[in-house]
Design a protein around this ligand. Structure first.
Ligand code: MSP
Length: 501
């Protein structure tokens, strides 16, 4: 039996409510997970929360709560969010769970015993906001540090360091030998450029209790907690370890945003190598959303509230827009007008209209009974299915939607060309009308199968309206000819109601 396909998302900091960027990443991972299941693979999809570290400690302090209570309260909101997005995750990790903490400590103990760490004293300029020491390179031309670092103070402290230098050569070789390890390729080139032109500084993997106490204690020195990134990255392995019967490791895809590439494509592979674990197959890097051309920011109020959009327009409209609008890689820009326009053109007038008029005509002219098979659109459907299959394997979600809409548009055009409402008036055209109605109903069925990973609710509705009791969740069922002559369809109903705005 082949190994389970193991896909993860970044684990989000619990220092506020989920926003568009978080939702986008989770939807990407969910669609890939569903697509792989549709291809017949067994999948394990992991998402969750990053609960330690300074950001979370500060957020808890600001609300005068103890950090664990603060995390517990917010974790409930984030888990509700996962439900709202209908993510098909198989587990939900919280880094404060014992199963994770114990694995992190075991990992630290193992690496310490293997001589990967050393203790040293360091004096430098520290940004609490970014939780990082800054170097001379971070100074602006006038000698100050950028305002985005917040207050920068000089600190001297002892810490534990992870030796990275020795790992640099093999990592470069590995990335060069494995072109799919970092995708898209321009992100891979950036990482390679960085590794070839810089000497990696050793990674500080501890924080003194005096500065931060919200973290996993180092197993070999109670005066320190673990650096939040060392803790967080390990979630991918700790949760694999928590399901030993599934043989999850190595992960197939880590879906992450462009700001955290270095952690996933440099530190994490080196950590894994030191842990003597195989490397993940791919780090898949998506871009960042803006709204109306400006950074998404709670303080300026420039936000998209995914919950509000879903409540107004439906989950599938939201899932569709983010994946259709933005390919995995570049940055995107959310505009309410753009959202409405895609809803109207592609969902309501495109897919929705096709399904509604196809099934309504079948109901009206043939009493909802499927006529004999006809293959006029079979080649178009096969093309969309073949392309979708290939694109799913490449995680090319936007292209898959474009290909699927090739069939939506072809079928809508077919309605205009064949004009079944005219055929219906002429008894001599009864057989032609049968052919047209079959091609339309069967195209709707194939579309339900192809769209299932993206628009699971809509896909299920199409199957129900077709009177099918099976589920459209296997790509193999996209083969033409699934609808049988004599089958009675269900009740047509609009999939995407028109909105007057
Ligand atoms: N906790 C770390 C990740 C640890 S993974 C071992 C973290 N958390 S985060 O909450 O700040 O970000 C979580 C994910 O959301 C990241 O992949 C990040 O790139 C993504 N996004 C945050 N804002 C975003 C946008 N505006 N647009 C798209 N994705 C964005 O980093």
């Amino acid at each position: 039996m082949s190994k389970r396909f193991y896909i993860t998302t970044a684990i989000d900091y619990v220092n506020g409510q989920p926003h568009l960027g978080h939702a986008y990443e989770k939807i990407i991972a969910d669609v890939i997970a569903r697509a792989r299941r549709s291809l017949g693979q067994e999948v394990f999809f992991l998402t969750g929360l990053d609960e330690h570290g300074q950001k979370v400690q500060q957020a808890a302090q600001a609300e005068k709560k103890n950090p664990q209570e603060y995390c517990d309260a917010l974790a409930a909101d984030w888990q509700a969010f996962v439900k709202k997005l209908e993510l098909t995750n198989d587990d939900f990790v919280r880094t404060t769970q014992p199963r994770h903490k114990e694995f992190v400590q075991a990992t630290l103990a193992k690496l310490r015993a293997a001589g990967q760490f050393y203790k040293a004293s360091y004096t430098g300029f520290y940004s609490a906001k970014e939780e990082t020491f800054l170097t001379e390179k971070d100074r602006l031309p006038d000698g100050t540090f950028d305002a985005s670092y917040g207050e920068v103070v000089e600190l001297k402290e002892d810490n534990y360091y992870f030796k990275l230098g020795a790992h640099q050569p093999w990592l470069i070789d590995y990335i060069e030998a494995n072109p799919d390890f970092i995708a898209p390729s321009y992100r891979r080139n950036e990482v390679l450029g960085f590794l070839k032109n810089n000497t990696l500084e050793d990674l500080c993997i501890s924080r003194p209790l005096a500065r931060l106490n919200w973290g996993i204690p180092l197993p070999f020195d109670p005066e320190f907690v673990t650096y939040v990134w060392f803790d967080a990255l390990v979630n991918y392995a700790s949760i694999a370890h928590a399901h030993p019967e599934l043989g999850l490791w190595p992960a197939d895809i880590h879906v992450i945003g462009k700001d955290i590439v270095k952690f996933h494509a440099v530190y994490w592979p080196i950590m894994l190598k030191a842990m003597e674990l195989p490397l993940p197959k791919q780090v898949l890097v998506h871009g960042w959303w803006q709204k109306d051309g400006a950074k998404i920011s709670k303080s300026t109020g420039n936000v998209v509230d995914p919950m509000a959009v879903i409540n107004e327009w439906g989950l599938d409209a939201f899932r569709f827009y983010v994946l259709r609008e933005l390919d995995i890689g570049p940055d995107g820009n959310w505009t309410d007008a753009g959202f409405r326009s895609r809803y109207q053109a592609e969902l309501a007038n495109g897919l929705g209209n096709l399904v509604n008029r196809s099934l309504s005509m079948l109901k009206r002219y043939r009493n909802g009974v499927v006529p004999a098979r006809s293959n006029e659109l079979a080649a178009d459907a096969a093309k969309a299915a073949d392309e979708t299959r290939a694109l799913f394997k490449q995680s090319q979600l936007q292209s898959a939607l474009q290909s699927i809409w090739g069939l939506v548009n072809r079928a809508n055009k077919y309605v205009d060309e064949t004009a079944p409402f005219k055929l219906a008036k002429d008894p001599a055209q009864a057989q032609r009308l049968d052919e047209v109605l079959y091609n339309l109903a069967e195209s709707c069925r194939v579309l339900a199968v192809l769209l299932n990973p993206f628009l699971p609710g809509t896909s299920a509705k199409i199957y129900a309206q077709l009177g099918l009791t099976s589920t459209p969740d296997k790509l193999a069922d996209a083969t033409w000819g699934g609808l049988q002559a004599g089958h009675a369809i269900g009740e047509p109903a609009p999939l995407f109601p028109r909105k007057d705005v």
